[in-house]
Write a protein that binds this ligand. Structure first.
Ligand code: KG4
Ligand code: ZN
Length: 293
């Protein structure tokens, strides 16, 4: 998987950069900085992206910034709605992650995790349920289309973590996945807990494209008097503009560029928007060749 993704990145890199520049208008000499995802993700694809970005930054003689992929999802909303309210609560629902965060200044302050999924990510649940129902990969968009005409109350799916001792901000999708696999119809509802005292909720990530998630977020936030921000559909799923948006914030904040030997971290936890891992010592790097990717 990683190998196929890496090869696809090799083939796509130059045409995508060229098309992006053509469409957006600037000449290469107008570029002031290059931002690239250094993690998390598939190691081969990350490596190709980082190598290409280093080449670009070196050729243009501009600073390079390594960006955490999920911080990109958060920044995506600024492209449509301007600067994020400080503080805000961010719900990230993507293919690989489900987290509730407290975000202050996205590129200056540490990112605080209020809650995370205990098992699957939201998008993973869509994927597994879709497979059971014979819907096409990656599942989320197909379930969204199929269920739009359905009755959301038709099946009483279990709602996890509702006990008095359960973490109020954690998530769990494995029970729902199992329940959906047993029933002849799949759908899910998301509770949207918001930390006390914060007036804005930002919902981002691929699953934020889901119609039901968007509608519920609107209803719940309106009822609670909370400002809701959700990026437009095209900025919810993975895209390059969201990484550039973090780069833009970093340039404005006078962020420290990545060192020349910046590497990748395929499983980086989300602690800050900047992600500048440095490669391990060469003596240890090749100890587990089979584990790469
Ligand atoms: O954020 P993303 O593009 O990639 C990751 O960083 O993981 O999220 C991809 C996930 C996939 O699981 C896909 O099924 C889900 O987002 N997704 C959706 C919808 N569009 C994409 N899930 C539910 N409804 C959608 N409309
Ligand atoms: Zn993503």
């Amino acid at each position: 998987m990683s190998e196929i993704a890496a090869r696809a990145h090799v083939h796509a890199f130059t045409p995508v950069v060229r098309a992006a520049l053509d469409e957006a208008g600037p000449a290469p000499s107008d570029i002031g900085a290059v931002a690239v995802t250094t993690g998390p993700g598939l190691s081969g694809a990350l490596r190709v992206g980082l190598t290409g970005a280093k080449g670009l930054a070196y050729a243009l003689d501009v600073p390079l910034y390594g960006v955490h992929h999920l911080a990109g999802h958060v920044a995506a909303d600024t492209l449509e709605h301007g600067p994020l309210p400080d503080p805000c609560v961010v719900l990230i629902v993507s293919g690989g992650h489900t987290s509730l965060l407290l975000v202050r200044d996205l590129v200056r302050d540490p990112i605080v995790h209020l809650g995370d999924t205990l098992d699957d990510a939201a998008g993973e649940c869509f994927g597994k349920v879709a497979r059971v129902f014979g819907l096409p990969y990656p599942g989320g968009p197909a379930i969204d289309r199929t269920t739009r005409e359905g009755d959301p109350r038709a099946v009483a799916f279990p709602r996890p973590l509702t006990g008095p001792r359960d973490d109020p901000y954690a998530f769990s999708f494995s029970g729902l996945k199992t329940a959906a696999a047993r029933w002849a119809e799949g759908h899910r509802c998301t509770a949207l807990p918001v930390a006390d005292g914060v007036g804005a909720l930002v919902v981002v990530g691929g699953v934020a494209a889901n119609s039901r998630v968007r509608t519920l977020a609107e209803e719940r936030c309106a009822a609670a008097g909370i400002t809701l921000r959700v990026p437009p559909l095209r900025l919810c799923t993975d895209n390059g503009a969201m990484i550039a948006a973090v780069g833009d914030l970093l340039v404005r904040a006078d962020g420290e560029p990545a060192p020349l030997d910046v590497s990748i971290d395929p499983s980086a936890p989300l602690e800050s928007a900047v992600l500048h891992p440095v490669a391990r010592h060469p003596a240890t790097r090749h100890r587990h060749p089979a584990a790469a990717g």
